[in-house]
Design a protein around this ligand. Structure first.
Ligand code: CND
Ligand code: ZN
Length: 364
């Protein structure tokens, strides 16, 4: 018997998301059908909503749920297992198969597409590579944001940048992704941990998660303030000047201005002894960027990207659940708003208006 689901669909032309009831297809050999407990609302979906599209879109990419049905080739989960749905393959190093991208035929015959998964629905179908088995005793709501916000922010710090204890970090943009980067920096023992945002309330909030200093970029250029907080008086750069700047500067926004500021905020090299700092792009850019090539060259700085926090969900999600259990990752505070599926347009509008202090979730 086919399974009926209520799915949020973004029409191809402008307009709000619509909740459409439809019958899900029978799972293909590698598919898993998941009845959902909760899903996060990520800024990446706003980027998709504000971009032109070739077809109606299915959105959302982090959730918790329980398995209802599996395809014939699925072996790592079975009916009634508790899982998380995410958008990074769970063990890509082991699996040579590229995961299927889920599309659904709407009742009017139109094909609605997803980038890889969709989680803004009470029941979803996803490739098994995007379905991670977790302990059945997890908190079923707030842990939904591990599937993107935590993986992306914490993973950028731990996996991509490999920040070490005592190193200095600055994190631009402390929404769901940036706060998770702050938490990982604190857990590793980074110091100082400087949060930069335009919103004073979000900066205060970031201190609860481990930011040691905050800078409101609405009050002027944050870069000189970052340099004032990160000086290495005994080290000299190529110009013979004392070195200042962060060992790592993370952009968890993706605007042209912040992408340029993370390079300027990174420290120069210790001339002849150690290369310069690293600017890490996490936010999804909507424009290209002009890099100061001289700064990068003479100061031996790096500009790198981090996608999905370079995470391996099968390995990393249980670790983040452990951080939650130990009180290191306070997801109960980080999830600041809850909406029902029928309130999806309210949820996305609130995020767009900067009204979500941490991360919003949909609860089904
Ligand atoms: P959210 O909207 O929650 O947070 C963004 C924060 O940036 C807010 O607190 C803003 O106030 C702040 N901000 C905006 N402009 C500036 C500025 N000029 N200076 C300082 N602060 C500013 O977004 P989110 O945390 O859900 O997502 C953040 C970005 O990360 C976004 O671009 C999203 O698409 C991206 C992302 C990337 C990846 C990846 O794999 N790299 C995965 N998921 C999301
Ligand atoms: Zn995301």
């Amino acid at each position: 018997m086919s399974i009926s689901a209520r799915v949020a669909v973004l029409p191809q032309t402008k307009g709000p998301l619509e909740i459409i009831e439809l019958d899900l297809p029978e799972p293909g050999p590698y598919d898993v059908i998941v009845k959902q407990y909760a899903s996060g609302v990520c800024h990446s979906q706003l980027h998709q909503m504000h971009s032109p599209r070739a077809a109606p879109l299915l959105l959302g990419h982090e959730s918790t749920g329980v398995v209802l049905k599996t395809g014939s080739e699925v072996t790592h989960v079975k009916e009634s297992d508790t899982v998380m749905v995410t958008w990074v393959p769970r063990d890509a190093k082991q699996s040579s198969r590229f995961p299927n991208i889920v599309n659904l035929t709407l009742p009017n015959g139109t094909l609605a597409t997803s980038r890889n998964v969709f989680t803004w629905a009470d029941i979803v179908v996803a490739d098994e590579q995007f379905v991670v088995k977790v302990d059945p005793n997890i908190n079923r709501e707030v842990t939904a944001i591990i599937g993107c916000a935590v993986m992306t922010g914490a993973g950028a710090v731990e996996n991509t940048a490999q920040v070490k204890s005592g190193q200095s970090v600055v994190i631009f943009g402390v929404g769901g992704v940036g706060l998770s980067a702050v938490v990982a920096a604190k857990t590793i023992g980074a110091n100082p941990i400087i949060a930069v945002d335009l919103d004073e309330e979000k900066l205060k909030f970031a201190k609860r998660f481990g930011a040691t200093h905050t800078i409101n970029a609405a009050d002027g250029d944050p870069v000189p303030k970052i340099h004032a907080l990160t000086s290495h008086k005994d080290k000299r750069n190529i110009m013979g000047m004392p070195v200042t700047g962060a060992d790592f500067a993370f952009d968890c926004i993706g605007r042209k201005q912040t992408m340029e500021q993370i390079v300027a905020a990174s420290r120069s090299g210790f001339f002849g002894a150690e290369p310069g700092g690293t600017a890490v792009l996490v936010g999804v850019p909507q424009t290209s960027v002009e890099l100061n090539a001289t700064d990068i060259l003479i100061n031996e700085k790096k500009f790198i990207g981090s996608i999905g926090g370079s995470c391996c969900p099968d390995r990393d999600f249980s670790k983040y659940l452990d951080w939650y259990d130990k009180g290191l990752l306070d997801l109960d505070s980080m999830v600041t708003e809850r909406f029902g599926l029928d309130q999806i347009n309210e949820a996305t509008t609130a995020l767009d208006n900067g009204e979500i202090a941490g991360r919003a979730i949909l609860v089904f």
